[in-house]
Design a binder for this molecule. Sequence first.
Ligand code: FCB
Length: 457
Amino acid sequence: MTTVHFPKGFLWGTATSSYQIEGAAQEDGRGESIWDRFSKTPGKVEDGTNGDVACDHYHRYRDDVALMKRLGMQAYRFSVAWPRVLPTGRGRVNPAGLDFYKRLVDALLEAGIEPFVTLYHWDLPQVLQDEGGWTQRSTAEAFTEYADVVARALGDRVKNWITHNEPWCTSLLSHEKGIHAPGLKDFRAALLASHHVLLSHGWAVPVIRAASPGAQVGITLNFSPAEAASPSAADYDAFRHYDGYFNRWFLDPLYGRHYPADMVADYVRAGHLPPEGLATLVRPGDLEAIAAPCDFLGVNYYNRAVIRSDRVPESENLPRTVHLAPPSEWTEMGWEVHADSLRRILTRLHLVYAPARLYVTENGASFSVGPDAEGRVRDDRRLAYLREHFLAARKAMEAGAPLAGYFVWSFLDNFEWDRGYSQRFGIVWVDYKTQQRIPKDSALWYRDVIAANAVEG
Ligand code: FCB
């Protein structure tokens, strides 16, 4: 065993999101979100559950912050629920909603924990969805208004802002695959959504900076570092397509490189974009807005994708991509454990896109192990997962990646979207009947890592 040290000032934290933990869905004037509607639509969430109560964090935030402090957390990434702040999406501000976040931020600062605020972690006000949601440019305008309201209210105390969490999920997963709210299966709608999400990010960046002097502003993308299953030309083309669809479609415009031309061509060929490509969607000034310089890029990493081509004659238009399932360790989410791909993606981002700073804004594992007879949660596999990934991230730093901090997903077991409460990502166990919290072994180990600013490798 050797001790692997992290640089002084490296920020260790944990992350959650509003709909996954807050509960209090009908309280203090909160409006309906697309996740309220979606989770109550039969068949959309695996176990038929929803976020009405979740971890009841809305009422228990003081205790939760106290627990974070006991675990030595230096930073906490949480999201603001747009429908709490603007129940009708725009216009009328709900002071009680804003007040909750003011109290939460005050509690964090008092505990010496640095708040990282995500503005959009998927709970769009339902009223905006009724107008077409992210497929409409007007939703990007509404988001900018919302960003302004929140940044004015919290901007004196919050200095770290993340506009969006995982635009791929907001657009493709939710509009093409239909797995997340609003549950559409329409590729064109998904591409419209992707542009409007990115545009709303770009518009919000200067608005946040104006309202929050000295703010550090960024966006969080989820990455699926891809590789070709074999050296064949077909597999490489499938890999190119998948990487473009998942990673480059968002990265390239954010870093001033326009949408990737190979993907525009693929989408036109497949009929996902009209023959004129992006010409009617992307208006003058959009790409400049999207490429607004940011202070950091947030990286959510869970697993890699090994891609094989499966080109069937009728769909000759597009490389069909198939995920291989290599013989490795898998989490209960059905995600492969592959720490070295975290090193690879951080290194690639540094070399190809050169963000000023990087944070791992999410990384963690779903293992459902609960309390034993003594009430102890021996989640050895999560602990091993985190150790391996911390070490992989440290290696990327040796290669020059400007990684400044790491947020473990998640602080609490919580509502895992379409998987309901079946998946437990927390380093803290939640008993949903009593709302009791028990720090798992991984949380106690993480506390020691933070205290030492080092990992035993
Ligand atoms: C990410 C989400 C987060 C959580 C983890 C497991 O895609 O941002 O809310 O669901 O996956």
